[in-house]
Design a protein around this ligand. Sequence first.
Ligand code: SF4
Length: 192
Amino acid sequence: MLRPSDGKEAKNIAFIQCAGSRDKNHLAHCSRICCMASLKQTNYVQEKFGDDGKSTIYYIDMRAIDRFDDFYQNVQNNPNVSFIKSKVAKIEEDKTSGNPVLHGVDTEGYKRYANPHDLVVLATGMEPSVDFKGFPIKILVNDEGFIEHDDSNGGIFAAGVASDALDVNRAVQHATAAALRAVQVVNQVAGA
Ligand code: SF4
């Protein structure tokens, strides 16, 4: 794990959650996967460096949903992983070491911090990338770019990550529900 700027081994890594997400000026939605992705990556730091590897997660609130809560608790019990409840206000470079220094306020205790790390990882959000302009049918798309149900186009609806930012479990549930609904519709039409 090397720092791209100068190739230094990155043993002390900061993860910034909701980087641009849950922010009405950028991405309003929660992407639902990036908390788990960062928690998983703290395991990689641990596997690579053992007790020399330190991870710090800066977060608003952690969203480890459903059965992933056990995984979250395991990471919380790791003494080499710290959690700081805070939106990072600023990142400056330490000119001597080249380290990024994170500034902000820890909202649990309202303490100011200026924490140096070797590397900062931003948990950026999911955005739809489909260009709907070329679609042969009219699609209703919300402000975030996800497809909304629309009776005026024959009731076309989207499933999975076309309809919202979802983790794999929920995307599979959506797809299964959509397939079942399609089977029902086909059976109804055939019966009529
Ligand atoms: S899943 Fe992503 S957007 Fe949602 S709370 Fe976690 S880091 Fe923020």
